[in-house]
Design a binder for this molecule. Structure first.
Ligand SMILES: [Zn+2]
Ligand SMILES: [Zn+2]
Length: 342
């Protein structure tokens, strides 16, 4: 038997191929993939920025949902037919990070769907320890949002955001928007800085105060909104120098800054402001198991994550799905439907 898989083959190209359907190995679970979300990381792959890491024949995709279709030897606690999502991290268990309990930032971390083949295929074999089961009434389409939501949950947890605090989110893409949603869920007042008018409109509809840096001084506006105090917590999600300038300028005395964005270049940071206001900065990378558990509970409690799903394409149209994202000002989250092509 063979299955269909979408391979990234370099040069902004995906190739649909028939491949063997290997049985899950010992300790592995096979999932019939239902939906796969396209992540910012996947777009980086598409643009060729990660060729050194992924090579030129790789099935990508890690934001997914599906149904267990087979179990490898020795797998317990999960059954064929269970509806699941995958926490796409495989750790070594030996390094200092793993030994300290921080397996999600293992020094030899394998990210499934980048360092190994991912979810853009009809069947995906993954280590059983990466599986999280879904509540019976959660749709598989909504469940594809759990992975990016877990990122946001981890960020908010790392920042120790409390009820009644003011959170400033710099950057209103899918992760920024999800951080804002989680921040509101924990009872914070949420301000979102973003230049895209479509995203600012969505922010307004979701109950966040949207501010556009192209139309005014966001730090001054945050200072005014908070009665000269500034933001208790700032999430830097933009990955830009203006974002880094804003994070220190808008932070309250003893404010916490959470670094979410991947800054490929060394940014200039206002260290005087750090000293002067006794600021604190934490890094936040991917998620831990408890972030997945919380994300699943939040969606079950009605967090409206489906509002971010703007586009849907079948597996056979992965190429078109990525092309449609180029310079697209209205797209937020694109989902690939895999199951239908089975
Ligand atoms: Zn992702
Ligand atoms: Zn490790």
């Amino acid at each position: 038997m063979t299955i269909q898989a979408a391979y990234y083959t370099g040069h902004k190209t995906f190739t649909l191929e028939e491949k063997d359907d290997p049985a899950p190995g010992p300790g592995e679970v096979q999932i019939r993939v239902a939906f796969v979300g396209i992540c910012g990381t996947d777009i980086h792959v598409y643009h060729g920025n990660m060729d050194a890491r992924v090579g030129s024949h790789r099935v990508i995709g890690h934001e997914m949902s599906g149904t267990v279709s087979a179990l490898g030897e020795g797998v317990t606690g999960v059954a064929v037919g269970d509806r699941v999502v995958v926490r796409p991290l495989d750790h070594c268990g030996q390094c200092p990070a793993c030994q300290a309990g921080y397996t999600h930032i293992c020094h030899k971390l394998k990210f499934l769907g980048l360092d190994t083949d991912g979810a853009l295929q009809e069947h995906w074999n993954v280590p059983a320890h990466t599986i999280h089961k879904l509540p019976a009434d959660m749709s598989l389409e909504t469940a594809a949002m759990i992975e990016p939501l877990a990122v946001a949950v981890h960020d908010v947890r790392r920042a120790r955001l409390q009820t009644g605090e003011t959170a400033l989110v710099i950057g209103g893409g899918p992760i920024g928007m999800l951080i804002a949603m989680v921040a509101k869920h924990v009872g914070a007042n949420v301000i979102l800085s973003e230049i895209n008018p479509n995203r600012l409109r969505l922010a307004g509809e979701m109950g966040f105060t949207g501010l556009n840096p192209r139309e005014g001084d966001v730090a001054a506006q945050v200072t005014e909104i908070t009665g000269t105090k500034g933001a208790d917590v700032v999430f830097e999600v933009s990955g830009t120098q203006p974002g880094v300038d804003l994070m220190t300028a808008a932070a309250a005395t003893r404010g916490r800054i959470c670094m979410v964005a991947i800054h490929a270049q060394k940014a200039q940071v206002d260290l005087f402001r750090f000293f002067w206001r006794e600021l604190e900065m934490v890094g936040a990378r991917v998620y831990e198991a408890e972030d997945y558990d919380r994300a699943i509970r939040m969606i079950a409690d009605g967090l409206p994550v489906n509002r971010l799903i703007t586009d849907r394409h079948p597996l056979g149209a992965v190429q078109q799905a990525f092309e449609a994202l180029e310079g697209n000002a209205t797209a937020m989250k694109t989902l690939i439907r895999v199951e239908e092509t089975a």
